[in-house]
Design a protein around this ligand. Sequence first.
Ligand code: ZN
Length: 222
Amino acid sequence: MSSNGRQRGGAGGAGKGASGYPAPVRALIERFSELPGIGVRSAERLAFHVLKSDETGALALANAIIEVKKSVRHCRVCFNLSDSDMCSICADPGRDRTRVLVVEQPKDLIALEQTGMYRGLYHVLMGRLSALDGVEPEDLTIGSLLARVRDSKGVIEEVVLGLNPTVEGDGTGLYLAQVLGELGVSVSRLARGLPSGSSLEFANKAVLADAILGRQSMGGGS
Ligand SMILES: [Zn+2]
């Protein structure tokens, strides 16, 4: 048994264990092992699940993947997932257009939205700044956020930072507070009910609701 951790799957092939399979099975195992968090063993299990399932089930899975790639895109305003040009939140005339809550990923937006405590708009960064992974401001939707605030001509009064309480989330928040502050918009962040190193996505509704209500100013505005 090797001591250097888990076997690598992915592009290099699905490991020695998969080499005895017919090519289509090998290809399926390789595809599965490219998914996040799926090692070669899990990929094999998934491939066998597909082999065992009837044709209807297998086609439904394949079609769900095709449908998602064909019809789901990012909202042109906030980058939330959407099946049309503008997402249902941006298109909703009942939302408070003076506030924009910034999150890292669409799944964070969904977690916050499920609390029912926030009636403003969102902006999805599509990641966070990371020196280690070489993620710079240009790699995220920060430029679009700044343009949104600028082009709103004062309609957007407050930007609420809802980044995950991690070192990189905090760093991204500080950067955003600085560049947004230069535009004169008020910047706040969600209250720290969330344990450090955790993620919004897994926080319970009550904690998220408290975080929204108890947000703290990071300066800017008047
Ligand atoms: Zn949107």
